[in-house]
Design a binder for this molecule. Sequence first.
Ligand code: OAD
Length: 270
Amino acid sequence: MSESLAGARSLLARAERVTVLTGAGISAESGIPTFRGESGLWRSHRPEELATPEAFRRDPELVWSWYAWRRSIVATCEPNEGHRALARFALDRGGVTLVTQNVDGLHHRAAVAEAGDRASEPAHPWELHGSLLRDRCFDCNLKSDAHFPPVNELDTGPSRGSDWPETEVRDVEIPRCDACGGLLRPDVVWFGEALPTDALEGAFEAAAVADVCLVVGTSALVHPAASIPRATLRAGRPIVEVNLEPTALSPYAEVSLMGRAGATLPELLR
Ligand code: OAD
């Protein structure tokens, strides 16, 4: 075992409360593209054309096409060893608050699978950037389960990765809100929008009282999410980071474990 892995393990073993912040990197091994990596989504697409309220007002079909494609990828993916190791860790030891920037629902799927017949119901992670698995009315904000478009209408076969088959859902009618008739949108946070207050407050409170903040697979460039581990630092407690490469947070981490989350987390959290 490497010295740093042993060091990180012993920090976690001594910790009563652990807050975990995850980003797109933890889902990369499930086949979900990240945003800023080599074939990241924001390398080939412009967020201001796809992930803002203005973009939706201008061209809701284009925006829906993008999210329908992303939903269709998630529908074919499974939680990986990293998600599963975190889920077991939380179920086995308690005192773990999971906070994610991801909108793919894979942490909860892993937790449900790992919980199996256990009596305890797995907690939902705080989802800072919303969820692809829900819709929300653009006008009145009423939330509903995602129901657009039926994912099996999209053939994502050769188009996986960051290659988006833009035209596929262009002609589908956008669903409307049952309550007010407004256009539905995916219940994710777009650029320029506020994060859900309960998730943001829950995350900062958990980080402020954590004995260790474990940060996995995020470039730590997008705030306020990237500021959450600093609440742990301000309380005089350490950050442990798992990532393929150094990030904006690495200079502040007590231990940086460089490697794939799917291989590193099972080792670290065993
Ligand atoms: P990024 O794409 O910015 O960063 C992904 C990070 O994961 C990088 O630091 C990679 O080195 C690392 N990584 C990739 N594969 C990995 C693996 N197998 N194991 C461990 N690490 C790996 O994604 P985020 O930091 O999550 O927001 O991006 C933050 C936010 O920016 C997203 O939630 C999204 C985006 O705009 C919204 O859409 C609101």
